[in-house]
Design a binder for this molecule. Structure first.
Ligand SMILES: [Zn+2]
Ligand SMILES: [Zn+2]
Length: 154
């Protein structure tokens, strides 16, 4: 059996001006290959943990905010460090009650394992996908959430 992950989990940006605590388990974790994630990270994809807004709080610093129109057409916002530029979370406008936490900002990433890949149509050709895939924004996240629960990390 997988060892249970303790809460809260902590994290922050690379200069530590921003620190946060995650007090609720993620609903799911997946890789996002949308063009926005590629630009923000300067890499091939983001590993995103979908977490309840009520379970996430900054414990140090005040984030800067940016808004943009996502590949899905939805209006999104992101919170980032004004000192080092590190992106911490994204959310929806208006709020969906969920945040997309950039999992690489966690202090301990040993329990982070994505269950699949979304926006595969803009993925780099050399990427090997997980068990679940969606060409664009998934219409139904239930299989992703079920696969994440099945990891039994919380
Ligand atoms: Zn920073
Ligand atoms: Zn994305």
């Amino acid at each position: 059996m997988t060892a249970k992950t303790k809460l809260p989990q902590t994290g922050g940006c690379c200069c530590s001006a921003l620190r946060y605590a995650l007090s609720a388990p993620p609903v799911m974790i997946y890789n996002c290959h949308c063009t926005n994630c590629q630009k923000i990270t300067g890499s091939a994809f983001t590993t995103a943990a979908a977490v309840p807004e009520s379970g996430f709080a900054f414990t140090k610093g005040a984030p800067k905010r940016v808004e943009w129109r996502a590949d899905s057409g939805a209006l999104r916002y992101g919170l980032f460090c004004g000192e080092c530029g590190g992106r911490i979370v994204n959310g929806a406008v208006p709020s969906s009650g969920m945040l997309s936490l950039r999992a690489g900002t966690l202090d301990d990433t040993s329990w982070v394992e994505p269950v699949g890949d979304i926006w595969t149509k803009s993925a780099q050709t050399w990427v090997r996908f997980g068990a679940l895939t969606s060409e664009g924004q998934p219409k139904d996240y239930a299989p992703f959430a079920a696969a994440y629960r099945a990891q039994g990390r919380f």
